[in-house]
Design a protein around this ligand. Structure first.
Ligand code: ZN
Length: 72
């Protein structure tokens, strides 16, 4: 279940809104003041995670190259 975080421009508080269905594009509203003046906050988990995975992959390649050299 995707969870989206929104910052309310009216009361400056954060609301976590559960997206029940991707097709259901109802306007997000602040759960504190019900304002629809909200800004989507991009997840901080999605991109750093893939960045880490990329670093891990390149480290693995370096390790394999090093092993090949010592084996030769
Ligand atoms: Zn609000």
């Amino acid at each position: 279940m995707p969870l989206y975080e929104y910052l309310c421009l009216n009361c400056k508080r954060r609301s976590t809104i559960l997206a029940l269905s991707p097709a259901n594009q109802a306007p997000a509203a602040c759960s504190h003041c019900s304002s629809t003046q909200v800004e989507r906050i991009l997840s901080r988990f999605a991109s750093p995670k893939s960045e880490e995975a990329r670093l891990d992959a390149s480290l693995d390649l370096n390790n394999l190259a090093g092993l090949n050299e010592t084996n030769l």
